[in-house]
Each structure stands twice: as C-alpha cells, then as structure tokens.
Design a binder for this molecule. Structure first.
Ligand code: ADP
Length: 407
C-alpha cells in the first residue's frame, strides 16, 4: 500500500514539474524529472499483483544462515534431562544427549542399536515404528549396574519440508524405578497393615463364637476369654493409633516445627511417666540430664512420642540388662544429643539399617508379646526428619544397644 501511494505521488509531482520545465525551456530539469517519473513507475511495480494488497515483499534468509537439522536436533536433545538417542533409518546410533551418556555411557556412532540393547521387545518395537511411523513404548528393566525400570519410547522425527531422504528416530528412556518402588512399598504397607489387623480380629471372632457356643454356660472360661478379647481389642486400637500417627506425620512432613522446646524438663517428664513400666519390668532408669536448658525448635507432643518410644523400647527389649541409661547433653562438636542405652541382648547388624521400616521387627513374636506394633521406630524416624534431626543406632550382640538422637 505504501509503495502504491508513493508511486502515484512521484508520478504526479514529476508530471507537473516536467510540464513546468518544458514551458520554461529547462532541458536538464526536464531530464531529472523524467528520472523521478521512472522511479515512481518502478515503485509501483513492486506492489504484488495478486488479489488484495499484501504489503511488504517476502524476506528470505540467505541459504548460508539456515541451521543444519542435525545440529538443531542435537541442541534440542541436549536440553532434555531424559536420556535420548537419535537413530538413523537402519537403526544405527546417530547421536545421544548428555543424560544418555551419564546413564548408559557413550555409544559409538554408526553402530546398530542391538549392540547396546539386545532385548527382542525393544528391537521389535523400533522396527515397527520404522515400518509404520507410529510412536511406540514399552516397559524395560535392566539389572546392571543397578536394578532400574524404564519406559522406553520410540518415535519418528518429522523434519519440516523433508520428503524422502534419511529418516531419524528418537529413542527416549524415562526412569520409573522410584515410582515402582513407591508402588511396591504402598502395597506392602496395605498388606502388612491388613494382616496385623486381621490377626486380632480373627481371635476376637473365635472367642465370641466359643462364648456363644461351648462356653455359653461356663462363667470361668468366659471371664478368661473376655480378658484375652480385651487384650486383642487394645492391640487393634494401638495399631490404629500408630497408623493414624504415621499418616498425620506424612501430611506435615514438609512443615518445619516453629515452637521452642526445652528438652531437659520434657525428658524428665517422659522418664517419670515410664517409671511404672520400668518398675514392672524390673529395670532401673538412670538419668543424666544437662543442668542448663537445652532448647530446640520442635513440636512438644511429637518429641514426647520420640523419647517415649526409645526409652520404652530400651526397657522392653533390654529388660535382661536391668539398667537403662538416659542422657541429654550439649556436645561441642555434634550439638544437642539425646541417648538411651540398654544392656540387653543387642541387635544383629543386618537388622539395624531396617529398624525404621514400617512393621519391621527383629522378632515378631517377641514384639507382639511386648505390645509392639512394629511402627514405633518408623514414627520416630518421621518425626526426626521433620525436626531435621538424625537417629543413630549402635548395637553389639550380648552387650546392648544405644539409640542416639542428634539435633
Ligand atoms: P515395636 O512396636 O515392635 O517395638 P519398633 O519400631 O519400636 O516396633 O521397633 C522395631 C524393632 O526393633 C523391635 O521389634 C525390636 O525387634 C527392635 N528393637 C527396638 N529397640 C530395641 C532395643 N533397644 N534393643 C533390641 N531391639 C530393639
């Protein structure tokens, strides 16, 4: 549009001036004006001739600046954090990104994909995508160097303007090992929790049936059975309480506690409340608490739960050692440290790393007979994680165990 108006302007102006120059006899001026006339005509020719007025002529890049497709592909896959390989049309390696080098090491360019992955299902999948052009994916597990599970996806790269010539394929690996592990943990947890609840329920049902039938008229047996039933009902309610505690803690996992808590009186109070249990078990509780206040950012009730669990475990499982030592001090190197030490049978080394797993027990019958649920140390670990504190377990067979909390 701009060219059209300018063109007409030049033609009109030149025509008027040419007439003026002609009548005044200025030949040079006449020549200049003819040139301006010509310029106006040239401008008008640049207006597109198709229907409508499309404005500016198209700008095209010089050929030398158009990027090479392979370098664009390389830059793109390098920006991705999933391992990616580019394959050529005979399934040979053409390129790999940095993530692929880190996870699978370097592969040689030009080598067939089967040199790295022999799995027939992966090779069939690649072949199918090469034949049909349709994207495919499958789940694939590797054992070495460590057990991992991937979703492997292959898709044809559709380069713009390309018809015929070399086709490229992207082979992408998405690591789902962590997802699978969490799935397994969740289903194990549900199975364990159901199993733990089913045992006391089955026992309750058995006793109810006996009391309705054979023991209907036997007051002595009924009295004994009612006592057992109460124990089983208590066991179920301990389990449900612990499960609820765990799920509440999971909800709060990312919220740091904000209250200032002095641990000295808190631990004194925990030991006072456990004194009757220690007496029953014939265990002497020895306290060595700092004189000055030792404060941490924490949640009072949760910290009580931690110390109660650890001291109670030491009394129950270290009962035969007779003495349980509880200490709280400020270590110049490690900061505030709580420790509970028993002289019981100790814990075999292979069990120590797993003690904080849900329902993990060194001896299930022993734990049940001591009113354990197998969730105590899992709860302790959750609370300490929220408090940015660590649990350190040291144990020696025949000598006893020490559980330390380092804030
Ligand atoms: P539980 O409810 O069974 O006590 P915990 O999670 O508190 O569950 O403890 C898990 C297991 O760790 C216990 O069953 C027991 O086998 C072992 N354990 C914990 N504390 C001690 C200890 N002081 N001495 C020996 N074994 C212990």
């Amino acid at each position: 549009m701009k060219h059209l108006v300018a063109g007409w302007f030049y033609i009109l102006a030149a025509a008027i001036l040419a007439l003026a120059a002609y009548f005044t006899g200025a030949a040079a001026g006449f020549a200049v004006l003819l040139f301006v006339l010509l310029f106006g005509l040239i401008l008008m020719r640049q207006v597109p001739s198709e229907d409508g007025d499309h404005g500016e002529p198209l700008v095209t890049l010089p050929i030398a600046t158009a990027p090479d497709p392979m370098s664009v592909i390389r830059a793109t896959i390098d920006a991705m954090d999933l391992p990616v390989f580019v394959l050529g049309d005979t399934a040979e390696f053409v390129a790999q990104n940095r993530a692929a080098v880190q996870v699978f090491d370097e592969v040689a360019v030009g080598v067939h994909v089967s040199a790295r992955w022999r799995s027939p299902s992966i090779l069939d999948m690649i072949r199918e995508t090469m034949d049909t052009g349709v994207q495919n994916q499958l789940e694939h597990s590797e054992r070495l160097p460590s057990e991992r599970t991937y979703i492997v996806q292959v898709s044809r790269l559709q380069l713009e303007g390309q018809s015929g010539g070399t086709a490229y394929y992207l082979l992408v690996f998405r690591d789902i090992s962590e997802l699978r592990r969490l799935d397994r943990m969740r289903s194990d947890f549900v199975a364990n929790a159901s199993h733990e609840l089913r045992t006391p329920l089955a026992s309750l049902r058995g006793f109810i049936e006996t009391m309705q039938g054979p023991a209907r008229d036997d007051p002595k047996s009924r009295e004994r059975f009612l006592g057992i039933m109460l124990d089983q009902a208590n066991r179920m309610s301990r389990l449900v309480d612990d499960l609820l505690s765990l799920s509440r803690l999971e909800l709060k996992a990312h919220m740091a506690p904000s209250e200032m808590v002095d641990l000295v009186p808190l631990i004194g109070h925990v030991c006072d409340s456990l004194a009757p249990l220690a007496d029953d078990l014939d265990v002497e509780l020895r306290l060595d608490l700092a004189d000055a206040p030792l404060r941490v950012l924490g949640d009072r009730d949760e910290l009580v739960q931690v110390f109660e669990n650890l001291v109670e475990n030491a009394c129950k499982y270290g009962q035969e050692g007779k003495i349980v030592e509880v200490s709280l001090r400020h270590d110049p190197v490690h900061g505030i440290e709580f420790s509970v030490k028993d002289k019981g049978p100790g814990i075999p080394a292979e069990h120590v790393p797993r003690l904080t797993e849900r329902f993990y027990r060194v001896n299930v019958e022993d734990s049940r007979s001591k009113k354990g649920t197998g969730l105590g140390l899992a709860i302790v670990k959750h609370i300490l994680t929220r408090h940015r504190a660590r649990l350190i377990v040291r144990s020696e067979i025949g000598k006893g165990s020490e559980f330390t909390v380092r804030f």
